[in-house]
Design a protein around this ligand. Structure first.
Ligand code: NAD
Ligand code: TYD
Length: 343
């Protein structure tokens, strides 16, 4: 089967491509990616000539590019997106264009092409924020709070509406926070590993007690493939690791792995509208699809820290470019205003 993957040069996409080419001889991949700041050809450079892989540089919101890419494909895994909450607070427009309009354009192209499955990679952030107890299930009402999560909720609901209205074979996955190799160092775990390595401050938002439910990207990829293989059209599947940690706990784990001092922790002004807690109930996906996460959190984080230490050139190149302006905009004032020591 030939599968159109969108956003394959990003973090989860690169891991998806690597897994499929190594382990799924029955699948061919066409990767449509616009190569935004988050899309890095270096992530897949060694696979460029693989016989079951083809790369197309293009924008999912471009009708012609979307139609050309999906031609001859039997299924779609749509994960191209603007993905960083902080950037969505700084500028929501691109999130609406790619995540909402891009999804509608791709859905139309896939409908015209008559694909037999369309997996929309959504996020647990569409559910909004939890209090100290409870879990998101697939029937939890959507209550997104950031421009990012609102744009993902729109895409998620559009896919389900195409199933309801047109009988289009869309399936939605909602996964918790991923970590692992190739994650762009704007997200918590790779940002803190690479900052700590360079003895730079680790900017923890607010009181550092916000909770995320972490999953290794490889377990997410296996979940997506279970949904592609066996998921039912029109259904939603939660994917989560069952590893709830406060951001402070994550930070301490990273510092311990690198042998760096707690004095690097710097509490800074909170993210606007910051969701307090996410936690996934993946009972349906486990029961119906026989999927379960397999990577132990402690081992997964240790391996991820090692990966970043062994791939310095990869992230040093990213952090030396346009990223510097982003970092100054996002953290410059916050760090200058941070109270001296609140650890
Ligand atoms: P990422 O930012 O690392 O990668 C996004 C990729 O999409 C990049 O390669 C980028 O070039 C590409 N892209 C962006 N706009 C595009 C456009 N208009 N046309 C074509 N390609 C475009 O993101 P990620 O962390 O790999 O996330 C992938 C997907 O998974 C996203 O849909 C995200 O919402 C979802 N998700 C992510 C997480 C997580 O923890 N990272 C958790 C749950 C769901
Ligand atoms: P992030 O990796 O941006 O993922 P998301 O916002 O999609 O959950 O952030 C994870 C958590 O870490 C979130 O609660 C915000 C927090 N955080 C910080 O405290 N400091 C930072 O510099 C970043 C990037 C995130």
């Amino acid at each position: 089967m030939r599968v159109l993957l969108t956003g394959g040069c990003g973090f989860i996409g690169a891991n998806f491509v690597r897994h499929v080419l190594a382990q799924r001889e029955d699948l061919e991949l066409v990767n449509l990616d616009a190569l935004t700041y988050a899309g890095n050809p270096a992530n897949l450079a060694d696979l460029a000539d693989h016989p079951r892989y083809r790369f197309i540089k293009g924008d999912v919101a471009d009708r012609v590019a979307a139609a050309e890419a999906v031609r001859g494909c039997q299924a779609v895994v749509h994960m191209a997106a603007e993905s960083h909450v902080d950037r969505s607070i700084e500028g929501p427009a691109e999130f609406i264009r790619t995540n909402v309009v891009g999804t509608q354009v791709l859905l139309d192209a896939a409908r015209d092409a008559g694909v037999s499955r369309f997996v929309l990679v959504s996020t647990d952030e569409v559910y909004g924020s939890l209090g100290p107890t409870g879990y998101f299930t697939e029937t939890t009402p959507l209550a997104p709070s950031s421009p990012y999560s609102a744009s993902k909720a729109a895409a998620d609901l559009l896919a389900l509406a195409y199933h309801h209205t047109f009988g289009f074979p869309a399936i939605v996955t909602r996964c918790s926070n991923n970590y692992g190799p190739y994650q762009f160092p704007e997200k918590l775990i790779p940002l803190f590993i690479t900052n700590a390595d360079a003895n730079r401050p680790l900017p923890l938002y607010g009181d550092g007690r916000n909770v995320r439910d972490w999953i290794h990207v490889e377990d997410h990829v296996r979940g997506l493939l279970a949904v592609l293989d066996r998921g039912r059209p029109g259904e939603v599947y939660n994917i989560g690791g069952g590893n709830e940690r406060t951001n402070l706990e994550i930070t301490q784990t990273i510092l311990a792995a690198l042998g760096k001092p707690a004095s690097l922790i710097t509490f800074v002004a909170d993210r606007l509208g910051h969701d307090r807690r996410y936690a996934i109930d993946a009972t349906k996906t486990r029961g119906e699809l026989g999927w379960r996460p397999t990577i132990d959190f402690k081992e997964g984080v240790a391996a991820t820290v090692r990966w970043y230490l062994e791939h310095r050139t990869w992230w040093e190149e990213i952090k030396s470019g346009a990223y510097r302006d982003y970092y100054e905009r996002m953290y410059g004032d916050r760090l200058r205003r941070a109270p001296a020591d609140r650890t």
